[in-house]
Ligand binder design. Sequence first.
Ligand SMILES: Cc1ncc(COP(=O)(O)O)c(C=O)c1O
Length: 405
Amino acid sequence: MSFDVAAARAQFPILQRRINGHPLIYLDSGASAQKPRAVIDAMSGAMEGSYANVHRGLHTLANETTDAYERARESVRRFVNAAEVNEIVFTKGATEAINLVASSFGKRLTAGDEIIVSQMEHHANIVPWHFLRAAKGVVLRFTPVLENGALDMDAYRALLGPRTRMVAVTHMSNVLGTVNPVAEIIQAAHAAGVPVLLDGCQAIVHMPVDVQALDADFYVFSGHKLYGPTGIGVLYGKRDRLLDLPPYQGGGEMIRTVTEEAITYAEPPHRFEAGTPAIIEAIGLGAAIEWLETLDRGAIVAHEAGLLDRVTERLDGVNWIKVIGQAPGKGAIFAFNMQGAHAHDVAQILDRYGVAVRAGTHCAEPLLRRFGATSSVRASFALYNSLEEADAFVDALHKAQTFFA
Ligand SMILES: Cc1ncc(COP(=O)(O)O)c(C=O)c1O
């Protein structure tokens, strides 16, 4: 198989849109990706053809919907190569998945216990741990980021100590594009008897992920960045790790028995899925994964790297662009600042040319502070972006620069 970008683009109805008289060039997929026809059809098909609440019913529609929901869980299992389907917990998103682990795992932590994160984390992988700092006196240790955007692995190893209880780091930075050496991070943590949570929000989109090969204890991601819908995300947890976690939220579905005096809990994953889940959204995520499985992911990796290379080469030596993040092997995210211009103004001018990019802190304030910036512009590429779009983005940047020169 090889990757046919035109055929892939044809699957995304929204790419027909024009913005301010120009064809849409969507370079904000790192925030949320567009949806292929397969996802749209699976979700509306479920609502039109077979819908009821899951797990509790004895009628045909309830059984069909339960099957579809559980099939989606199996698709996720296959996609990340988890050993068992019960290791896949559906959440509202990556943010909720991290909050779940921090809250449940954190119940047993005491003052002085340490959590290692990194300076390049999204706030979703900082704030839930900060809650433990405020509530329990848990200490947060931030692994520094080197000038080129790579993680300082020597510093990381030095941070691992007798009080470390968890390492929680991103697999791929949503600003720098850095792909962290997660296998090495996990090996070092495990050698110290410490479990590892990987934030796979960005990585899962751009590279095949095998949680068993990585030996990750927890792996989280959101559906909406993976060409699926909002409102659905995944917490993968090794069976023993999930069994060891107390419940996160209480309600229907997560119990085995309830009496006036006591409760016993269901096994994972249901223990962590209190209440009616995001049924249609889970089906949509399953459809996104099944659609991705029809494509050659290796070829997509190469295609996206080609887009980043094109932009990087064309802007090489341009003295009015400062790129943030140049670690070797980085993924298809291009964050930068334009000399003399605020990132918000750059984004608004690019929008006049139909180019959608993100500007701001990208929910990564410690990272931007590390690079002496208060904001930046971010172009993030997806499988549906073409080389022509990469060129049009650079052309639009040149035009934008004339506003500030
Ligand atoms: C690396 C990373 N982690 C976590 C998140 C949070 O994802 P969500 O808002 O879907 O929960 C994002 C979203 O931008 C992200 O890029």
